[in-house]
Design a protein around this ligand. Structure first.
Ligand code: AVI
Length: 323
């Protein structure tokens, strides 16, 4: 069991903070200012996201779990992995369904989990190591956009990327992410990708604007993250949450709307933002797919759909992709 290997649990890039600040600065200075969605996930944001997954309007998580409950044995039979690799593992619940299937029908020996949030990763690995003592767990604190090179050797792996998180990447980022992942895959590897599907816009918008205001809190929390990390003076009460479906791009967009005119400073970025009342900051896109649109994205990366698992209402899908 490798969950005691501290070297794996430290971010490696010493240059990233400088690059990161420059990238954030540039993104805030765009015509439509944007905060990259990964800043939503500090400890508080990760907890709020966990609460979102339990909301009745947020059908994605329970639907993906139901699909996986039905499909796990078939997935394991087709992929025949010796190694499970989960990207963006979060609380580590879904991986259990694959571990269960592997324990009964497979031969899996190792399970590597990569996540940006060290606390969530450590907690998941602690619990999984107790419940699945025959698997060796390894945690990597890292970003799936920049740290795919740290996942270890290719071959006989089932790589999994749940929750529809691939939809949170901008199309150009998604292209390079899937392209790099495909290049790092051997013919004996498979990729299980969770995607949210195109559907009635009212249902989509409701999933991103719950009546309890959990999604609003999740969105607004990003301002506190920037305040803390980049010496900002955003006043979260000066903004409101907005989510809408963009039919042309087939994505949900989350924005923060300034309730009044305000000047914000981010000292560490040497940046001032003058926002008029009504000015908007984009904080997330969440792309929705059809089987055909995902097939096209996969093909661009050199991957094809081996199996497509979905629910009776066609709300969400798990695609098993191969080179
Ligand atoms: C993590 N990701 C797939 C979520 C989504 O639905 O795009 C993040 C989220 N944003 C608002 N609610 C949930």
């Amino acid at each position: 069991v490798r969950n005691d290997a501290p070297g794996d649990l430290a971010p490696r890039s010493s240059t990233r903070p400088v690059d990161e600040g420059a990238a954030l600065r540039e993104s805030l200075l765009q015509e439509l200012p944007e905060i990259p969605a990964r800043y939503l996930y500090d400890d508080k944001g990760s907890e709020l996201f966990e609460r979102i997954t339990e909301l009745s309007v947020y059908y994605q998580t329970r639907t993906e779990i139901a699909i996986l409950e039905n499909a796990a044995v078939d997935i394991v039979a087709r992929a025949r992995p010796r190694h499970l690799v989960e990207l963006g593992s979060g609380a580590g619940r879904k991986i259990r369904l694959l571990l269960d299937a592997l324990r009964t029908h497979g031969q899996g020996a190792t399970c590597t989990m990569l996540d940006i949030n060290e606390l969530f990763l450590l907690q998941s690995i602690d619990r999984l190591s107790v419940d699945y003592p025959t698997f060796a767990f390894r945690g990597i604190v890292g970003d799936f956009l920049t740290d795919l090179g740290r996942l270890g050797p290719a071959g006989e792996r089932l790589l999994v990327f749940f929750a529809g998180t691939v939809g949170n990447l901008h199309p150009d980022e998604r292209r390079s992410f899937l392209g790099e992942l495909a290049q790092r895959m051997a013919d004996s590897d498979a990729l299980l990708l969770g995607v949210d599907l195109v559907k009635d816009p009212a249902r989509l918008e409701a999933a991103y604007d719950d009546p309890e205001g959990v999604t609003a809190a999740f969105n607004l929390n990003v301002l506190s993250v920037l305040n803390r990390r980049f010496g900002g003076d955003f006043d979260p009460s000066g903004f409101r949450h907005r989510a809408f479906y963009d039919r042309e791009n087939a994505w949900i967009e989350m924005r923060l709307v300034a309730r009044r005119r305000q000047d914000v400073r981010l000292a560490a970025l040497d940046l001032g933002l003058d926002l008029d009342a009504g000015a908007e900051i984009r904080t997330e896109i969440s792309c929705k797919f059809t089987r055909a649109s995902l097939e096209a994205c996969a093909a661009e990366a050199g991957l094809s759909i081996d199996r497509w698992y979905t629910d009776p209402e066609d709300l969400f899908a798990l695609a098993l992709l191969r080179r």
